[in-house]
Design a protein around this ligand. Structure first.
Ligand SMILES: Cc1cc2ncn([C@H]3O[C@H](COP(=O)(O)O)[C@@H](O)[C@H]3O)c2cc1C
Ligand SMILES: O=C(O)c1cccnc1
Length: 335
C-alpha cells in the first residue's frame, strides 16, 4: 500500500499546479502513478529503453499464421539494421533499442544490439504437447528477470517478434482467465476467413490437452513462447528495480497478465499503452481492469504501441516536476 501521507502530498502537489483542478485529466493520474513508483514528488522520466524479445514457435508449422516462420529471423535482422517500425518510432522518440534472442531458429547477424538469451531454437509444437519443459520456462523467466532489472533507464518498453505468437498469447491468456480460447483468437498477421477458422480449430485442439484453468506458470510451460516467458520475467525484473513498464499490445499484455499472477506487486509499475486491434486484446484488458492510453487501430507488436505512449509518460512526469504552482507563479486560485 502506498504511504497515506505521500498520497495526500502528491494530490496536493497536482491540485496546486497552475491549472483548474483535474483539467489535465488522465495525465494527472499518470503523473501520480509515476510519482508513486518513484516515491518522489519530482519524478524523473528522461531515459527509456525498448527490448524486443524474439523467438520461434513450433506451432507455426501447423499453419496458425499468415506468414512463414522464417520471418521471425528475417525481422530480427531488420531490427538489427534499424529498419523495423519499432526502430523508426524509437529513433524518433530517442529510445534505445536492444533485441533479445530468446530462441530464434537459424543464424543471426552479429550486432552489439543483439543480446543472446536463447534456451533452444524455439518451442515445441504446443498443439501436440507442452511448448517447453518446466526447467526451460524457469530459465527463460530468470533470463528475463535479469534483463528487466539491468540498466538505469526510467521506463522500459517491451516488444516481441515471433511468428505464431498471437496463438501462444491467446492460449496462455485463455487458460489463466479460464476463458474458451475461441474468445481470444484473432487474425494476427492478417489471416483471411478460412485461415482464421483453421487457426481457431487448431487452438481449440491445443486447449483441449489441458484443464480449462491453469496457473500462469503452467500456462507458460504448456503454451508460451520463449519470448513471452522472457518478457514476463523482464516485466517483473523491471518493476522490482523501480522502472515504469509500458505494456504494448496483445502479446505483451498476455505477458503482463502472467507477471501479475506470478508477482502481484509489479502491477503498480505497469502502464497499458494502447488497445490493439487484435481481437482478443480488449477481452484481456477488460479482465485486467486496464484502460490503455491510446487507441490507434494498430496490431503490429514489436513494442510500437508502447513507444508511442512514451511521450505521454515523459510529459506526465515533467508536468509534476516542472510545472509552477499557484503560489510559486503568483497566479490567483479559484475565486
Ligand atoms: C513482417 C512482419 C513484421 C512484424 N512485426 C511484428 N509482427 C507481429 O506478428 C507476429 C504475430 O502474428 P501471428 O501470430 O499471426 O504470426 C509476431 O511476430 C508479432 O510481433 C510482425 C509480423 C510480420 C509478418
Ligand atoms: O497487439 C499485438 O501485440 C499484435 C497483434 C497482431 C500481431 N502481432 C502483435
Amino acid at each position: 500500500m502506498p504511504n497515506e501521507d505521500f498520497q495526500t502530498s502528491l494530490q496536493r502537489a497536482i491540485d496546486t499546479k497552475t491549472k483548474p483542478v483535474g483539467s489535465l485529466g488522465r495525465m494527472e493520474k499518470l503523473a501520480a502513478r509515476i510519482a508513486t513508483v518513484q516515491n518522489s514528488l519530482q519524478p524523473v522520466m528522461s531515459r527509456c529503453q525498448l527490448s524486443i524479445f524474439a523467438a520461434d514457435h513450433g506451432m507455426a508449422v501447423a499453419g496458425v499464421s499468415a506468414f512463414p516462420q522464417d520471418v521471425t529471423r528475417q525481422m530480427v535482422a531488420n531490427f538489427l539494421a534499424g529498419g523495423g517500425a519499432a526502430n523508426v518510432f524509437a529513433r524518433t522518440l530517442d529510445v534505445d533499442v536492444q533485441v533479445v534472442d530468446c530462441g530464434v531458429a537459424g543464424e543471426l547477424m552479429a550486432n552489439p544490439a543483439l543480446v543472446s538469451r536463447r534456451i533452444d531454437a524455439g518451442t515445441a509444437n504446443a498443439i501436440a504437447g507442452p511448448a517447453m519443459t518446466a526447467a526451460e520456462r524457469d530459465q527463460a523467466l530468470a533470463n528475463g528477470h535479469a534483463i528487466g532489472g539491468a540498466g538505469d533507464h526510467h521506463a522500459a518498453c517491451f516488444g516481441e517478434m515471433g511468428i505464431g505468437n498471437t496463438s501462444s498469447a491467446s492460449l496462455v491468456a485463455a487458460k489463466i482467465l479460464g476463458l474458451p480460447v475461441e474468445a481470444l483468437v484473432g487474425r494476427g498477421t492478417g489471416l483471411d476467413g478460412e485461415g482464421l477458422r483453421k487457426k481457431k480449430a487448431l487452438l481449440e485442439d491445443a486447449a483441449e490437452r489441458t484443464p480449462d484453468k491453469l496457473s500462469a506458470a503452467a500456462a507458460l510451460m504448456e503454451y508460451g513462447g520463449f519470448e513471452i516467458v522472457t518478457m514476463t520475467g523482464a516485466m517483473i525484473g523491471a518493476a522490482e528495480t523501480g522502472k515504469i513498464v509500458i505494456v504494448d499490445g496483445f502479446i505483451a499484455t498476455a505477458a503482463a497478465l502472467c507477471a501479475r499472477h506470478i508477482a502481484p506487486d509489479c502491477e503498480r509499475s505497469f502502464i497499458y499503452a494502447h488497445r490493439s486491434a487484435e481481437a482478443g486484446h480488449s477481452r484481456v484488458l477488460y479482465a485486467l481492469g486496464a484502460d490503455p492510453l491510446l487507441d490507434l487501430d494498430m496490431r503490429l507488436g514489436e513494442g510500437t504501441g508502447a513507444l508511442l505512449a512514451w511521450p505521454l509518460v515523459k510529459a506526465a512526469a515533467a508536468m509534476l516536476r516542472e510545472m509552477a504552482s499557484f503560489d510559486s507563479a503568483g497566479v490567483s486560485g479559484p475565486a
